[in-house]
Write a protein that binds this ligand. Structure first.
Ligand SMILES: Cc1cc2nc3c(=O)[nH]c(=O)nc-3n(C[C@H](O)[C@H](O)[C@H](O)COP(=O)(O)O)c2cc1C
Length: 198
């Protein structure tokens, strides 16, 4: 069991182009449940998982387009054709996209940053669950994740946050990546108490 988990952690790679097969209904439920099993200080459940697929995913592409246009126009710019196309089609990079949101529980005890971290841990749990089930994923953000218009379109408030768009599916042929070979160079140290000065 422990060995399997470590294998899945290394096998999880972000793949930019995903296609069918998508996780089945039951597999998607398992993936979402893995998200809801994330560490959660105070058990606030400070997360919402919003599934985008099928026609609704295409429709959300238009929401991304409108928000992009509004962002550009807000600073006196002109939308670019290439970017319009990108916004309209970007959700097409996977058959299912889960928008992972941190929903502010306005707790006196648990700081907002911990609620965002819990939603981030939920995202990673989902990514690992997808890997364990034989699918690939990619965690993306970008300007849309920080745009209030997008939060609003998802039914969330200004105090909430999008922690990621989690793309899920099967790698397009040739896009598979080998497992991680993580490096600890310059990352780990062992603290020692200062030696008392003479
Ligand atoms: C919060 C967060 C947001 C990210 N947003 C993007 C993104 O918008 N575009 C992108 O190419 N990679 C993004 N990444 C990085 C990829 O998800 C991925 O981790 C990275 O490409 C390394 O690949 P690996 O996961 O296979 O190690 C993001 C990662 C995190 C944790």
């Amino acid at each position: 069991m422990g060995g399997d988990a470590l294998e899945v952690i290394r096998a999880r790679r972000s793949i930019g182009r995903l296609t069918d097969p998508a996780p089945s209904e039951e597999e998607l439920r398992q993936i979402l449940e893995a998200g809801a099993a994330a560490p959660d200080h105070g058990e606030l459940k400070p997360w919402r998982f919003i599934v985008l697929r099928g026609d609704a995913k295409d429709a959300f592409g238009e929401v991304l387009v409108d928000a992009y246009v509004a962002r550009v126009q807000a600073v006196g710019g002109e939308p670019k054709d290439g970017q319009l196309k990108k916004e309209r089609t970007k959700l097409g990079r996977a058959p299912v996209v889960v928008v992972v949101c941190a929903v502010n529980q306005h707790s006196d005890e648990i700081p907002w940053i911990e609620q965002v971290l819990a939603a981030g841990a939920a995202t990673q749990n989902m990514s690992l669950a997808a890997t364990a089930l034989g699918y690939a994923s990619m965690w993306r953000t970008g300007p849309a994740a920080y745009d209030r218009r997008i939060l609003q379109a998802l039914g969330l408030g200004d105090d909430d946050a999008i922690v990621g768009f989690l793309y899920l599916g099967t790698p397009v042929e040739g896009r598979e990546l080998p497992p991680h070979e993580p490096s600890l160079d310059g990352v780990v140290s062992e603290w020692q108490p200062p030696t008392p000065s003479a």
